[in-house]
Design a protein around this ligand. Structure first.
Ligand code: GLU
Ligand code: MG
Length: 448
């Protein structure tokens, strides 16, 4: 569309604002209204339907689900999560807000994943005194650009996208996502967006914002920016890496202790132990698609085992390096990276379950897990057993069974939520059953 299509200047069109929720299928959905009416909608929210939570990624509602045709909810926006992008040529501004799902009295709906993350952060604060800082690093591949091949990580790989990269960075800045880097990655036409650390709720919102904005910018060029965990069975995976660190009541870093193994503070060590303990169940939420398990295989720098490692990209929980230059404080940079997540997951739910598992470890005062600084698949079965290295589930069906068998993890949720989650995921398995690996990749690339 050009500026004057339909005889009307774009500036004269009614700008829409959208209240969105990013659901348990990792899909951002919502309702739009004239942006000029925003104050009214901040007060009253927009309508939403409980059974929407049972939507599979392929737009089929799992049936039965706990609600069927009954019930009404509201999407109540968080004004601070505003994303408004005006730099995109030939379209009206992209303008949206992340929402909590509430009942008609404005109380959090028991199945709202954003509210679940908020409650998790509140529990974390009450029980440990700590605040949680997060950052979400996301990889994606541009499909349909038909670029000449360019070397991995290469300058050419970046420049051939012109002006996509700069436009994307501008759009992300406008959207409040505080992007740090746009970098060509190892895979074919693969890129990564990193952003600045922020309070964990903001970090999760940003995860969804970055996906939405990137997809929109790529679509302007006629491309699909796919965050699917794999777009080619033989290619590299697209990960969502969750960076986590803690601050004390005064805002000082609380994850770092130079005197301890891996430089993890005592509380961060117990946190890591809780995550490692429950990891095989957590992946049912953080790597929640059939396709996710094509990515979570050994030797792919993704995550295939329960293992904590220092600077080890085969470790599922990785202690990140710090800069040792004059003037840089390692305690302020220090963080852990959870690598077994992908973009088929809700960023809010992913962060929340990792934090809940860590909190279990803190409550139990668990000892830190051993540091595995080599590829965990290179250890013998005996060594793996001794070090507590377990293979993560190898399929979504296995992950769901593992989740069902972990009463601690299922204990964090209501029965309705679990019934809906299992029904939706089993429906998803049924829908893609029988697809070839290539067919699976293309099916998911239409959604993610
Ligand atoms: N592409 C890898 C993944 O699937 C991650 C590579 C990296 O360490 O950046 O998670
Ligand atoms: Mg990467």
């Amino acid at each position: 569309m050009n500026d004057s299509s339909n005889g009307r200047a774009r500036g004269a069109l009614t700008e829409l604002a959208t209240f969105v929720t990013t659901d348990i299928a990792g899909v951002t959905r919502g309702r739009s209204f004239a942006a000029q009416d925003i104050e009214d909608y901040f007060r009253k929210g927009v309508g939403w339907v409980p059974a929407n939570l049972a939507l599979t990624p392929f737009d089929v509602i799992a049936d039965p689900n706990p609600w069927g045709s009954a019930g009404d909810l509201r999407l109540m926006a968080d004004p601070a999560s505003k994303a408004r992008v005006t730099c995109l040529p030939d379209v009206t501004p992209l303008h949206f807000y992340h929402c909590d799902i509430t009942d008609l009295k404005g109380e959090p709906w028991e199945c709202c994943v954003r509210s679940f993350l908020k409650a998790t952060l509140a529990d974390f604060k009450t029980e440990t005194g700590l605040g949680v800082v997060g950052a979400v690093e996301q990889e994606f591949q541009v499909l349909g650009a038909d670029w000449p091949a360019a070397p991995s990580f290469g300058l050419r790989a970046q420049r051939r996208t012109e002006p996509f990269g700069p436009l994307l960075m501008t759009a992300l800045k406008e959207a409040g996502a505080e992007p740090e880097m746009f970098l060509p990655e190892y895979g074919k036409d693969q890129f990564e967006i990193t952003c600045r650390p922020a309070p964990a709720l903001v970090a999760a919102d940003r995860g969804a914002t970055i996906r939405a904005v990137t997809k929109e910018v790529a679509a302007l060029f006629g491309w699909n920016a796919s965050f699917a965990p794999k777009t080619d069975p033989d290619g590299v995976g697209n990960g969502v890496h969750l960076h986590i660190s803690f601050t004390d009541a005064d805002g000082h870093p609380a994850t770092f202790d130079a005197s301890r193994p891996g430089r993890l503070s005592a509380i961060a060590g117990s946190f890591a132990a809780g995550v490692i303990r429950h990891l095989p169940a957590l992946v049912a939420f953080t790597a929640p698609s059939v396709l996710s398990y094509m990515r979570l295989v050994p030797h792919h720098w993704s995550a295939a085992y329960t293992c904590l490692g220092e600077k080890n990209r085969e470790a599922t929980l990785r202690i990140c390096p710090t800069l040792d230059l004059p003037g840089s404080d390692p305690a302020r940079q220090f963080n852990m990276e959870y690598r077994a997540a992908d973009a088929c997951a809700s960023p809010h739910l992913s962060l929340a379950v990792v934090l809940r598992a860590g909190l279990e470890g803190i409550r139990a005062g668990l000892e830190p897990p051993p540091l595995i600084n080599a590829d965990p698949s290179d250890f013998s079965p005996e060594e793996q057993e001794k070090l507590g290295i377990r293979r993560l589930p190898a399929s979504l069906a296995e992950a769901l069974d593992t989740l069902a068998a972990d009463p601690v993890v299922t204990g964090w949720f209501t029965k309705d939520f679990l019934d809906c989650y299992f029904a939706m995921k089993r429906k998803e398995i049924e829908i893609v059953d029988g697809l070839s690996p290539e067919g699976l990749c293309s099916r998911y690339a239409t959604v993610y």
